[in-house]
Write a protein that binds this ligand. Sequence first.
Ligand code: AMP
Ligand code: ZN
Length: 473
Amino acid sequence: MGFTVYNSYSRQKEPFESIEAGVVRMYNCGPTVYNRQHIGNFRAFLFADVLRRWLEYQGYRVEQVMNITDVGHLTDDGDVDGGDKIEEQAKREKLDPRKIADGYATMFLEDIAQLGVREPKSYPRATEHIPEMLEIIEGLIEKGHAYEADGNVYFDVTSFDRYGQLSGNRLDDLVAGSRVEVREEKRHPADFALWKTDPHHLMKWKSRFGPDGFPGWHIECSAMAMKHLGRRLDIHTGGEDNIFPHHECEIAQTECFTGEPFARYWMHTKFLQVDGGKMAKSLGNTYSLDDIRERGFAIRDLRYALIRGHYRQPLNFTWDILAEARSAVEKLDDLVARLRRAAGGQGAAGEAEAGREVLAALRKKFEDGMNDDLNVPIALSALFELRSSVVEGELGQAVARDALEFVERADSVLAVLKMEEESLDERVEGLIGARNQARADKDWAESDRIRDLLLAEGILLEDTAEGTVWRKK
Ligand code: AMP
Ligand code: ZN
């Protein structure tokens, strides 16, 4: 079975074929850096990571770009109304908007690394691509797809036949449903802003439209995608809220500018819910990685909880669900431990034959699951079935090494097993270093505190002639 993906644009599953053989160019709509990213955002980013990892598992080289929105994303998510999210936060925190963006962007990069996300080719920032945006805007004006009115530049939605194709919105319905802002200067109420003028905006750039301009949110992604990946993408992703207006507008402006189709496959993650409902700051349930840790969970427990569902199904988060995720991860750790032990032994030849068949069937189940529009639940069930076979002694020792290799390959996509080991190593080594320093300083209280801290986590330190070594209890 080849890889098939659900394309939001055609509303059906399609066989995946990259434009250039062996290479996939993928753009992911990234964070707007006006606050700390929450577990809902992480669902969207982890989906992109698993997708990339699955493509790499299949042998593709993936050119992945995830942007950082640091200007122009208005509070109404459209293009005309509301304040700039970053500037509003800057006023709240009484800081420069660039400081706000930089601070939260750094936090985002730290969080995403802890979640085991493979680093994309780049994380471009909107404020660093203003000339590229203006170039597209000029091109659109030249071709009659955009017009200037009072320092603002709007995209003329009636100039693009396929406007509404992605979201299923019809222009008349948008107007009737008040999903667009009627403004005198706009030719059509659904026309969206590419460039805005506002002397009160704090981050602004000079252009021929005036001294106080800043870009619309949608044009940013078109400019960054084209700059870093070229005019045609294989895959473009985002959360379901990005479908309209953000991606609808990206398609319109990019395709009118280049005269070519923009992305082959549009993929969207359903929203994460918390306690069966919406996440909202006012409800206090927009959890960050710190909240997860404070409750005593590892970040890979969260990673598991966020990737374990199918990305097009709603996913719920509760602390109980996270606890279930933790025990699932423990079971997978146990699978690895059992296989490692068994891999040392010798099995009988007959046993190997039967075990190999079981393993081949499970590997196929895993791969078929992932190939079926990233059906992670099916893929995971293959690993749990493998564990049952191992526990019940059905697999046989002779196949343990192959099984271990399979689990490792599977985890190159899921990344719930290795990552903890890596980060644990680093953390423990760091603490041992701090303890050595305390010992050199004859600060015995601190040195004991660190030893006891690790002991409470089940990690035993031993001071040997070669230095301090550690092992799990
Ligand atoms: P933002 O920082 O608001 O620009 O959002 C960054 C990404 O997170 C976008 O792709 C959103 O669609 C996505 N996103 C926001 N909230 C959720 C949620 N509750 N579940 C899944 N994805 C989300
Ligand atoms: Zn975007």
